[in-house]
Design a protein around this ligand. Structure first.
Ligand code: NAD
Length: 471
């Protein structure tokens, strides 16, 4: 067979582009069984314990570099693997993780010097951490957790969401490639090819795992908090956004749609329901429509309820049936969801909005879809009261568009969330276009809040009596 130069070039191009798309055959840190993964991390941790801060920081630098370099590959793979989210927004999320997750600079040493000598309080590694990660931000959570946990000097075993196992394995491989390139030990971060409840149980109960970190819904947080081990729980949210009559309504409309549609509403911090003062409601809804929102009729709301909510089988005989989200539509494009009720639109529609009562299911349920129910309220106080109830005591995230400082204060006190964003899209709460570091593990239930390296440490005190105080 004769192949000319052009054909040869094309073949090489095809092979290379195929290689780009394929995940590596052998992935570093990815094991067939949880026993193997735990064993490997234990071996790596024995070496990693002697790595100083500079060496750990060099590893983190390399993780940041590779995350930037492979952001697009991971964004595409995450959408392909989970069938959720938006590639462009996921690219932005990976860059955010690479740029704004704190490294070793987050660790602080406290020195107490006085008449009776010198006492140091240092942030020491906790040991091996078992981390459970969600399907909604799979690789971002693996990389964000890895940076913080390795900065703290720990090893990590991940049990990722089974519906995100390919992208999570890719992220574990990336972290290991970075560790090796920076001269670190093999498998300081590990996972299993096929995560299940059994592998999760084994990880949780293994004696070498000293700390547990859950990023996910209420089930997994409850399970880890009942383990008897030190556990950090980052659970579900249902963030309400309130809009009052002092707000810049045009800006509020755009900000809310931008936040609510970011990665198709997958982020746990994204606006999930809106309470607006009656006097500015029409202007807000009009502004939202000008920013890519499709307004449903009351009849269409009923039709959509049947699509995105399903009856969960009763747990016990006699239990009332409960409406839960239809996972087929979580993180899907607005146009895909609208097509289910016979509305055919293009990409210009990025959000579905509707006017509802407070008790309506879209208000009360964390849908994680680009659907925003809007409730009209007579007063700010009424809006605030409803928002607090809709947040369900998750202590997660709330939003406000207002220029009235007294109202900002009152709402912040009443809702008591870990994150409270004012006059910006929800993603400002994780450092996107705002001050402050980022995290993909927001620990409301256990109080660590916007987790970072200092959340994954144990304090140790070193005391020297009557010496080394040099004044
Ligand atoms: P999920 O709760 O379905 O799954 C999370 C992880 O827990 C997965 O790995 C899953 O396999 C595992 N899991 C679930 N129940 C378990 C149990 N009983 N025992 C052991 N493992 C269990 O979550 P998801 O659908 O991937 O993510 C969405 C949820 O996570 C939403 O509620 C969202 O608000 C929340 N979330 C919270 C944060 C945060 O930082 N607070 C971040 C991302 C997602």
């Amino acid at each position: 067979m004769n192949i000319d130069e052009k054909q040869l070039e094309q073949i090489v191009r095809n092979v290379l582009s195929g290689m780009e798309k394929e995940e590596p055959k052998h992935q570093l840190g990815v094991f067939d069984t949880m026993e193997e993964a735990l064993d490997a991390v234990n071996k790596a941790y024995a070496l990693f314990r002697s790595y100083n801060r500079e060496q750990r920081e060099n590893i983190i630098k390399e993780i940041r570099r590779l995350t930037h370099e492979e952001a697009e590959i991971m964004a595409k793979l995450a959408v392909e693997d989970t069938k959720m989210g938006n590639v462009y927004h996921k690219i932005l999320k990976h860059h955010l993780v690479a740029d704004k997750t704190p490294g070793t600079e987050d660790l602080e040493v406290k020195a107490l010097s006085g008449d009776r000598g010198l006492t140091l309080v240092e942030m020491a590694p906790y040991g091996i951490i078992g981390a459970i990660t969600p399907s909604t931000n799979p690789s971002c959570t693996v990389i964000c957790n890895s940076i913080g946990m390795l900065a703290g000097g720990n090893g990590v075993v991940f049990n990722p969401h089974p519906h995100a196992k390919r992208i999570s394995a890719y992220a574990v491989d990336l972290v290991n490639r970075a560790v090796l390139a920076a001269g670190g030990p093999e498998n300081i971060v590990a996972t299993v090819k096929n995560p299940t409840m059994d592998t999760s149980n084994m990880m949780v109960n293994h004696p070498s795992v000293k700390m547990l970190v859950a990023t996910g819904g209420p089930g997994v947080v409850k399970m880890l908090l009942s383990s008897g081990k030190k556990a950090i729980g980052a659970g579900a949210g249902n963030p309400p956004v309130v809009v009052d009559d002092t707000a810049d309504i045009k800006k509020a409309a755009k900000d809310i749609i931008d936040g609510c549609t970011f990665d198709n509403n997958l982020p746990c911090i994204a606006e999930k329901e809106c309470f607006v003062m009656e006097s500015v409601a029409d202007e807000l809804i009009d502004g939202m429509q000008k920013n890519g929102a499709y307004l449903l009729s009351a009849q269409q709301v009923k039709e959509l309820e049947k699509v995105v909510l399903v009856e969960a089988p009763a747990k016990k005989p006699g239990d009332k049936p409960k409406l839960v989200i239809n996972k087929d539509y979580v993180g899907r494009d607005a146009k895909v969801i609208l097509a289910q009720i016979g509305v055919n639109v293009g990409d210009e529609v990025r959000c579905i909005i509707c006017e509802t009562e407070f008790s309506q299911a879209f208000v009360q349920t964390e849908l994680m879809m680009p659907i925003l129910p809007i409730v009209r309220c007579r007063t700010f106080e009424e809006a605030m009261e409803m928002a607090v109830k809709a947040e369900h005591g998750n202590r997660h995230t709330a939003h406000l568009h207002s220029k009235n400082v007294d109202r900002m204060t009152a709402y912040a006190r009443a809702v008591c969330t870990t994150i409270f964003v004012k006059n910006a899209p929800s993603y400002a709460g994780i450092g996107f276009g705002s001050e402050g570091h980022t995290t993909f593990t927001i620990a409301g239930p256990t109080g660590e809040g916007i987790t970072s390296a200092r959340s994954f440490i144990r304090q140790r005190r070193c005391v020297l009596v009557d010496s080394l105080s040099i004044v």
